[in-house]
Design a protein. Sequence first.
Length: 278
Amino acid sequence: MAARKKKDPNAEMTFLDHLEDLRWHLIRATLSIVVVGFVAFLAKDFIFDVIIFGPKQADFVTYRVLCDIAQFVGLQDSFCFDELPFRIQSRTMAGQFSAHIWTSITAGFVVAFPYVIYEFWKFISPGLMENERNTARGFIAVSSLLFFMGVIFGYYVITPLSINFLGSYQVSGEVFNDFDLSSYIGLVRSSVIASGLIFELPIIIYFLTKIGLVTPETLKKYRKISLVVVLILSAVITPPDIVSQIIVAIPILILYELSIVISRIVIRNQKRRENAKK
């Protein structure tokens, strides 16, 4: 059902009206990111010293947990250390200021994500039937929860594993690791944002099932192929060691199995409504 104009509820919106409506949703979503990003810009010391450079410290919570586990299994040399053997430098005049700006924008996107999703939902919800809107009422809360779970996983698991491996890797004792600030922040940012978006898989499967592009049978049929894709994805976003890849692959596989359950529930509800109409 097409959305209605606010001025005239009996008039259907044209294509240009939809574009205008989308423009205002995008503007409000962007403004929310800018506002939160400005707050993050002012909180520079906390954002950089505590959040960004936290995984660089040897006493970071992930390293302490992994060290305890490694000592328990007799592999204390793997994750127990006093200092990561690398330094971070800025080699351009505007390097630190640019990093400050883009890190603030990233923080704005992460924190404002629920509102961004809300604006997205406000745009697509008029095109849904009343029962579909009721069924998907928890869309904003669930998608935000999954995103923040992914962000936490990326920050506390993928980021420290990557920093620990890449920061301590050496081809020769003659080479010292001096990483550029933008490279370090890029690793943290990509790990966090990528994980947050990957954790949206159940939501994506939900909508693909609603429009008929995906079925539970299709997901189960290609489960083996998906396993290979997950392992490749894990290898791309993590260091090239098997332990890190397994740690990352496990939650993604769980999300895939959860997506199959969600797809099955969507199909079951659709069949119930069709039978009720007969």
